[in-house]
Design a protein around this ligand. Structure first.
Ligand code: GUN
Ligand code: FE
Length: 426
C-alpha cells in the first residue's frame, strides 16, 4: 500500500510530525515508513494520491461498551449506579437474544467504522454467545482489537447475575476459542467492576488470566458512591485498585482501567508500577456527574493514559469528540489549579492514537506511522470546507484541529486497516 498526502502522526506525547506531499508505505499490514521520495522498489507501483488531504493514524478506543451503543444519549440525568440499574442493565439483558445482538453489534461496528475507530477494547455483555458473535463480526469486518465477555455475579439484576462457576467456564471457553479461530480480535478478561464480582469470581478470573496470559479491562475510582461501595464490600483492602491486584487482575502492561478519577496516592504508585493503561473518558465523566480526572497530574506521575469514549457513558462514538473534550476538561482543571497545565490538541490526539494503539495487550501496535506499526490510517479531507481552507491558507495543523473540533464522518474520505482500504462493514 502506498498513500500520498499530508501525513501527520504523533510519535510521542506533545510531539507531532507533519510531512506534506509524503508517501506512507506499508508492506502487507505493517508500516514501512513515511518518505518524501518514493523508495526505489516502489516506483511503478500504484499510489493512492490524496493530494493535500491529511493522512492520520486511525483511532483506537481503549474503552467502549459495544451493547450500550444503542443507549447513547439516553438517561444522562442520572449518576453511575442508578444509571446502570435503570438504563444499562435492562438494555444489556436483551443481548440474551442472538437476533437482537446481531442487529445491535452490526450497527455498533458500522458506527465505529464511520467514526474512524478501527481498533478497540470493548466490553460486550455477560452472554457468551453474543460476545462470540461480536468477536466474529469485528474480525470479519477487518477491525483489530480486544473484546471481553462481562463477568458479574453480585449486585446485578437477576437476568444478568451469573453463576460463578458457569461465568468462569464460559470465559475460559471464549479465551480458548478466540485463540484458535481469530487473528485480529483477541479476548480480554472483563470483570465489570469490583461491586459486581464476588471474591470467588475474581479469584477464578485471576487464575484464568495467569493460565492464558490474558489482558484485563475493568473500571476503577469512577464515582464517589461507587468508591464508597467498594470500601464497604472490601473494608480490609488498602484501596479500590488494590482489590484487583490482590486477585491477580492487574497483570503488568496488560491491564486497562477506565476512569481513575479518585485515585489515592498508593493507587497512583500501583498503577504506575503495573504499567496500567488508564482509559480517560471525560465526556462520560461529565455526563454521569463523576468528576474530572486530573490528566496532567497522572501523566506527570508516570501513569499511561488514553482518551476513550466509554459509550454509552460517553454519548459520542467519534473519538475526535473525546479528544476535544479531554482538552476542554483539562483546561477546567488548570483554572482550578494552575499547576495542572492543560493538554494541547496534539497531546490529546496522541492519547487517542499511539497511546491506546500501542497497548501491549494487542498483538501488534497501531496508532503511529513508525516502522513496524500496523498500518491503520484515515484520509481526512473535507470537501465542504476545502474552499475556505484554501481561502484562509489553513496550515495542516489548523485543518487537523478543525476536524477534531468540528469534523465528522463526512470529512473521512477513506479508512485503511492493516494496509488495505476498509469498506463499510455492513
Ligand atoms: N462501571 C461498571 N459498569 C459500568 C458501565 O457500564 N459504564 C461505566 N461508565 N461505568 C461502569
Ligand atoms: Fe465503562
Amino acid at each position: 500500500m502506498i498513500l500520498k498526502g499530508t501525513v501527520i502522526w504523533t510519535p510521542e506525547l506533545g510531539r507531532v510530525e507533519v510531512r506534506e506531499g509524503a508517501y506512507l508505505v506499508a508492506d502487507g499490514e505493517t508500516v514501512r515508513g513515511v518518505f518524501d521520495e518514493l523508495p526505489a522498489d516502489c516506483v511503478g507501483q500504484p499510489v493512492a494520491d490524496y493530494g493535500d488531504a491529511l493522512v492520520i493514524p486511525a483511532f483506537t478506543d481503549a474503552h467502549v461498551h459495544a451493547p450500550q451503543f444503542l443507549n447513547a444519549g439516553i438517561g444522562m440525568d442520572e449518576e453511575l449506579l442508578p444509571w446502570l440499574n435503570h438504563h444499562t442493565f435492562p438494555l444489556e439483558a436483551r443481548f440474551a437474544d442472538p437476533a437482537f445482538a446481531d442487529r445491535a453489534y452490526r450497527a455498533f461496528l458500522n458506527a465505529l467504522w464511520e467514526a474512524g475507530t478501527l481498533r478497540f477494547c470493548a466490553f460486550a455483555t455477560v452472554h457468551a454467545e453474543a460476545t462470540w458473535h461480536l468477536m466474529r463480526l469485528a474480525e470479519d469486518a477487518g477491525f483489530s482489537g480486544l473484546v471481553g465477555k462481562v463477568n458479574m455475579d453480585r449486585n446485578a439484576p437477576d437476568e444478568l447475575r451469573e453463576d460463578t462457576v458457569a461465568s468462569l467456564a464460559q470465559t475460559e471457553m471464549l479465551a480458548q476459542r478466540s485463540r484458535e479461530e481469530l487473528r485480529r480480535i483477541g479476548f480480554i478478561a472483563t470483570p465489570r467492576f469490583v461491586p459486581a464480582c464476588t471474591p470467588e469470581l475474581m479469584e477464578g478470573l485471576g487464575r484464568l488470566v495467569e493460565t492464558y496470559q490474558l489482558p484485563v479491562q475493568s473500571h476503577v475510582d469512577e464515582n464517589r458512591s461507587e468508591v464508597a461501595l467498594v470500601r464497604e464490600l472490601h473494608p480490609d483492602a488498602p484501596s479500590y485498585a488494590h482489590v484487583y491486584d490482590a486477585f491477580g487482575l492487574m497483570p503488568a502492561r496488560r491491564t486497562v482501567l477506565a476512569h481513575a478519577i479518585w485515585l489515592t496516592g498508593p493507587e497512583v504508585d500501583l498503577l504506575r508500577e503495573k504499567h496500567v493503561l488508564v482509559a480517560h473518558s471525560p465526556q462520560s465523566n461529565a455526563n454521569l456527574t463523576s468528576g474530572i480526572m486530573p490528566l496532567r497530574r497522572w501523566l506527570d506521575a508516570g501513569i499511561a493514559c488514553a482518551v476513550a469514549s466509554d459509550v454509552a457513558g460517553g454519548s459520542d462514538v467519534a473519538l475526535s469528540r473525546h479528544v476535544a473534550c479531554a482538552v476542554r476538561t483539562s483546561k477546567l482543571r488548570q483554572v482550578a489549579c494552575a499547576e495542572e497545565r492543560a493538554a494541547s490538541v496534539p497531546e490529546a490526539l496522541y492519547l487517542a492514537t499511539k497511546a491506546p494503539g500501542g497497548f501491549a495487550g494487542f498483538s501488534q501496535p497501531s496508532g503511529s506511522f513508525e516502522p513496524g506499526y500496523r498500518c491503520d490510517a484515515l484520509v481526512i479531507g473535507d470537501e465542504r470546507t476545502a474552499e475556505l481552507d484554501a481561502l484562509l491558507a489553513r496550515t495542516p495543523l489548523e485543518r487537523l484541529e478543525h476536524f477534531i473540533y468540528t469534523g465528522d464522518d463526512r470529512a473521512i474520505r477513506a479508512r485503511y486497516a492493516g494496509g488495505t482500504l476498509m469498506p463499510r462493514p455492513f
